[in-house]
Ligand binder design. Structure first.
Ligand SMILES: [Fe+2]
Ligand SMILES: [Fe+2]
Length: 373
């Protein structure tokens, strides 16, 4: 971490000189060279050097950077202002690339160049509501759900095979769920059961998405754009698992300690991947990163920095996630009935969930169940 700290310090000095004087000032050259020398040194021992900003955390090469100082704070502010969530430096990075990207990061309205050895992930803030064709019309609810699940399966296949997400398709399918709720569809009608481990990935994602939109609505949020962002974040919360081997994910029997350690990296893998996709809501990597943190500060990834509590949307997804995990049948567990799940989750209040959100979820779910039966 000493080299990382020195690199950030030199980089921030280059940025400060750039904004204080001009982008062509000699001091910017000097500190850019200094940062490059440190970076080259780091990249001699590593395949990449990565800086990520997730909510208030600075993550450097998969480890949360515990140092809180003016320069770290300034770096976070600069990157956040520009909407940058991730910068990856690769071996071969040149002075020209580093020198060019520094002013581009600082200038708010300047587009960032695509560099061969510096990959910069920028998340879009979507100001306009996406135009989604309302797919929820005369269809029977089970036909509607079947169609959406087909789309979601395709979205997950694209992620696995090409590490890509079709944003229009994603907006469309989650927009359809938002429309379904607007038409007062019972959330229980939008949940399904996976028949195999392969199906579990995208069926669980679909269920968590629907449950999270449902929670948002019951909390009084009616704005379609917010609901859609919530649905997208819920859908992609576990996307990091697609970067973990099937051997570990599908293992029958108890996991070894080192296998658990790998599974626990999925929030970080997910946040890193989602940060690199242009056009996703900011909420998606935040929720992916935080969905296994607990309300009392426990959980994982273990953070070594003081920070504000989990984002409220991550708290919502944590409830949806646990609920769906308990109702799903998996190799090591038979799915529970909803009536059995609610008391189990209630007992967990002190440890795991935001009590206000959980109480709301239980009450509203109880109502849905009553209407459904
Ligand atoms: Fe997860
Ligand atoms: Fe999950």
């Amino acid at each position: 971490m000493v080299k990382a700290r020195n690199f950030i310090s030199a980089l921030m000095s280059a940025m400060s000189n750039c904004s204080l004087y001009s982008k062509d000032h000699a001091a910017v050259d000097e500190f850019s060279r200094k940062s490059l020398a440190i970076l080259e040194n780091i990249l001699r021992e590593s395949d990449n050097f990565e800086i990520m900003i997730i909510e208030d955390d600075l993550i450097i090469n998969k480890t949360s950077f515990k140092e809180i100082g003016l320069q770290v704070d300034n770096l976070k502010k600069r990157l956040k202002r520009k909407g940058i969530s991730c910068i990856e430096f690769l071996p071969g990075v040149t002075f020209k690339e580093l020198r060019q990207c520094i002013p581009e990061i600082l200038e708010f309205d300047k587009k960032i160049t695509v560099f061969p050895h510096i990959k910069i992930g920028v998340l879009d803030i979507q100001l306009e509501e996406a135009k989604t064709e309302d797919d929820f019309g005369s269809d029977d609810i089970s036909d509607f759900l079947f169609k959406q699940i087909e789309h979601i399966n395709e979205i997950f296949k694209d992620i696995s095979s090409a590490q890509q997400i079709s944003i229009p398709r994603l907006n469309q399918v989650i927009g359809n769920f938002v429309s379904a709720f607007r038409k007062k569809t019972n959330v229980l009608n939008l949940l399904s059961h996976a028949k195999s481990r392969e199906e579990y990935t995208y069926i669980h994602a679909t269920n968590v998405s629907a449950l999270s939109i449902f929670q948002m609505r019951t909390l009084g949020v009616k704005e379609s754009l917010f609901l859609r962002d919530m649905g997208i974040a819920g859908l992609l919360h576990d996307v990091g698992k697609l970067f973990i081997s099937e051997e570990i994910l599908g293992k029958r029997g108890a996991l070894e300690e080192k296998e658990w350690a790998i599974i626990k990296l999925h929030p970080l893998y997910g946040a890193r991947f989602l940060s690199s996709i242009k056009g996703l809501p900011r909420l998606a990597p935040i929720v992916a990163f935080e969905h296994h943190l607990k309300y009392d500060g426990q959980g994982y990834p273990e953070l070594q920095v003081c920070r504000e509590k989990q984002n409220i949307c991550s708290q919502i997804v944590a409830i949806s996630d646990c609920f769906d995990a308990l109702r799903s049948t998996r190799p090591y567990q038979k799915g529970l009935e909803i009536k059995e799940i609610l008391p189990i989750m209630e007992k967990d209040t002190a440890r795991g969930f935001n009590p206000f959100l959980l109480e709301n979820f239980m009450r509203r779910m109880g109502k849905e169940l009553h209407v459904f039966c």
